[in-house]
Write a protein that binds this ligand. Structure first.
Ligand SMILES: Nc1nc2c(ncn2[C@@H]2O[C@H](COP(=O)(O)OP(=O)(O)OP(=O)(O)O)[C@@H](O)[C@H]2O)c(=O)[nH]1
Ligand SMILES: C=C(OP(=O)(O)O)C(=O)O
Length: 214
């Protein structure tokens, strides 16, 4: 498979990120959990054969250091500090319109590189992958010459379809399982979370057995 794609992951400041997930782990470990999920997502993306480069858009120094160590290129957030603005900046300005670009959420700790390869292999034009619930979006892809035009937020799957993006229909359970709430964390554990998320949850006694995703 040719490494054609530039992947982009936006990461909010860890202390402010994933507020709906608060309570899943003790408050003092929340940022650590967010970072573990970012690490697992970034590791899987960088392992995917279709991905040539990963750009992480973040102002968080700890997240920047962690993904930089994995091999990602880190760029600062936009002054707007808004999810769609960060995605647009990373994909259309930093990577550039000549590239194949795919933006992903940084909360996919059960992501398998093979699932991402398969999804990107089917993304011939602007396309998206809906989340497991079918309402949100976990991945939005655009080809050369196509602006990303991200519409992430409440009901984004419908918004992306209405904007002309094609819904990709593979099963891809790890790719589709984002972690917004404590219940999602249980779903991820059932699928097999990545090493960093697994290790943290085991350390906290929240799981005894945790099968790594990749
Ligand atoms: N760079 C950047 N990333 C963001 C921003 N907002 C969200 N993200 C990232 O976008 C991905 C999806 O995040 P969400 O679950 O929608 O947002 P969240 O604000 O962290 O979560 P909640 O507080 O629970 O709504 C995660 O990787 C977030 O870190 C932002 O303003 N800037
Ligand atoms: C912003 C989105 O993600 P989340 O479900 O993480 O809020 C989205 O699905 O558009």
């Amino acid at each position: 498979m040719v490494r054609d794609w530039t992947a982009v992951i936006p990461v909010k400041r860890l202390s402010a990120a994933k507020s709906r997930l608060r309570g899943a782990v003790p408050p003092a470990r929340h940022a650590e959990l967010v970072l573990a999920m970012v690490r697992d997502t970034a590791s899987a993306v960088l392992t995917a054969e279709a991905v040539a480069e990963l750009i992480v858009v973040t102002d968080d120094p700890e997240a920047a250091a962690a993904v930089g160590e994995l091999g990602a290129r880190v760029v600062p957030d936009t002054p707007a500090a808004e999810l769609n603005a960060a995605m647009r900046f990373g994909a259309d300005e930093v990577a550039g319109l000549t590239r194949f670009r795919a933006v992903l959420a940084g909360d996919l700790p059960a992501l398998h590189p093979e699932q991402l390869d398969e999804a990107l292999g089917r993304a011939e034009r602007r396309s998206f992958v809906a989340d497991a619930a079918g309402t949100g979006t976990v991945l939005l892809a655009a080809g050369p010459g196509e602006p990303l035009d991200p519409r992430f937020g409440l009901g984004s799957a419908v918004a992306h379809a209405a904007s002309g993006a094609r819904a990709l229909d593979g099963a891809w359970p790890g790719l589709r399982q984002d972690v917004d709430t404590p219940a999602d964390l249980q779903r991820v554990l059932a699928l097999g979370a990545g090493r960093h998320t697994c290790d943290l949850l085991r350390d906290l006694g929240l799981t005894v057995s945790c099968v790594p995703a990749a």
